[in-house]
Design a protein around this ligand. Structure first.
Ligand code: HEM
Length: 390
């Protein structure tokens, strides 16, 4: 077997796929790699294979070896959040899907519009350049998430602080304290919702027949981890992709009806994670794919970022084209595990981009793309800053 390729690869800048990843992809779909932690793994880079394996019973999301899982904070966290749901995924989906129905999203949209409007009012009052990550990306999703979950207004800041701390992979003490704060608070919140239900997701989940408080807690934490950082990161990267190509920004200013397609296209190209890894999976059985002999227990990373820039799936894959057909994008995963919160993420991104282009038609980057960096202290990553002017 050939020597594993060491991750992560160097990226020229935050917009360009790491050349090392592109080279691997040109050689084939499935590769032996060594993770930054020093463990051997498989990295899947081709679109067709990533799509297939995202929804494949030969791979599982939980690590069969709990001791090894404990080393990997990300997978340990996911496993603890999924808890019993790991073995009853259908129940997880049945419990969550109704809360993201088109009617629910329509009802939430005015709130998303109001908060975005307030954040952009504040932005307009500042002297440019202003950091769009701070001004919009980190603030909008936590407020929307709290509203949707039913966290009282006065607790939103504390809740946001714990959530950010909990997702910090660079500082285990901070992460543990954040998780502790979050769980303690959510426990109380669930008790309150049981006594005093409101028109929110936690109250509605609590109303499910036979559901235990511990399950509601696990679901709340899963939604926060699945939905908060991911959306923060994409508001930044999607805005950057549009601002870095003035022609595409102008196209949206001229025709705002293009915004939903622009959101899909920029989600396809978003690469907030500097680790070059992918969706984590573990082989539950031995199998062979594209000449790679995968053994039960092997760690497999499905690299959606590389897949979404595979020439075999998208013509001129690195180009932002707001008119492109993005039906094959894997930005929200594929199959049984397809992102349950995609509609909520799309609502926020569409509202954010719509209001940005309408209110700041002359917005542009205040620094060169080469000066931008990605966070490496959180699970998801995202831009450190996005200085803009107008
Ligand atoms: C732009 C933002 C988002 C992106 C790019 C994203 C991406 C993804 C992806 C790729 C998956 C599949 C994971 C896998 O195959 O293992 C996923 C699953 C999931 N996402 Fe999202 N997500 C986003 C926003 C959200 C939001 C807003 C929520 C909830 C409020 C959410 C909740 C979840 C949950 C609970 C799962 C697990 C689904 C399951 O196990 O069946 N996500 N997401």
């Amino acid at each position: 077997m050939s020597t594993p390729v060491q991750l992560p690869f160097e990226q020229a800048n935050v917009l360009q796929l790491a050349p090392g990843l592109r080279t691997l992809q040109s050689r084939g779909s499935v590769h032996r790699v060594r993770t930054p932690d020093g463990d051997e793994a498989w990295l899947v880079t081709g679109h067709a294979r990533v799509r297939q394996l995202l929804d494949d019973d030969r791979l599982s999301r939980s690590n069969p070896d709990p001791e090894a899982a404990a080393k990997n904070s990300g997978s340990a966290l996911l496993a603890s959040l999924l808890g019993g749901f790991a073995t009853d995924h259908a129940r997880l989906r049945a419990l969550l899907e109704p809360h993201f129905s088109p009617e629910r999203m329509l009802a939430l949209r005015p709130y998303v519009e109001k908060v975005t409007g307030q954040l952009l009012d504040r932005l307009a009052g500042q002297e440019p350049p202003v950091d769009l990550v701070r001004a919009l990306a980190v603030s909008l999703p936590i407020q929307v998430m709290c509203e949707w979950l039913g966290v009282p207004q006065e607790d939103k800041d504390r809740f946001g602080g714990w959530t950010q701390d909990a997702a910090n992979i660079g500082d285990p003490v901070r992460s543990k304290q954040g998780l502790g704060g979050l769980f303690g608070y959510c426990r109380q919140l669930v008790a309150d919702k049981r006594r005093n239900p409101g028109d929110d997701a936690i109250s509605r989940i609590c109303a499910t027949e036979g559901i235990e408080d511990s399950e509601v807690l696990g679901l709340t934490a899963l939604l926060l981890f699945g939905g908060y950082e991911t959306t923060v990161a994409r508001i930044g990267t999607c805005a950057l992709l549009l601002l870095s190509d003035p022609e595409q920004w102008r196209a949206l200013v001229d025709d705002p009806a293009l915004v939903p397609a622009a959101v899909e296209e920029t989600l396809r190209l978003s690469m907030p994670n500097p680790h070059n890894g992918g969706m984590p999976r573990y082989a539950v059985t031995d199998f062979e794919i594209d000449g790679a002999a995968i053994r039960a227990g092997d760690f497999v990373m499905l690299n959606i970022i590389a897949a979404n820039q595979d020439e075999a799936a998208f013509e001129g894959p690195c180009r932002v084209d707001v008119a492109r057909d993005t039906a094959d994008s894997l930005a929200f995963g594929y199959g049984a595990y397809h992102c349950v919160g995609a509609a909520l993420a799309r609502t926020q991104l569409q509202v954010a981009i719509t209001q940005l282009v309408a209110r700041f038609p002359t917005m542009r980057l205040a620094v060169g793309v080469d000066e931008l960096g990605l966070r490496d202290d959180t699970l998801i990553g995202g831009l450190v800053q996005l200085p803009v002017t107008w």
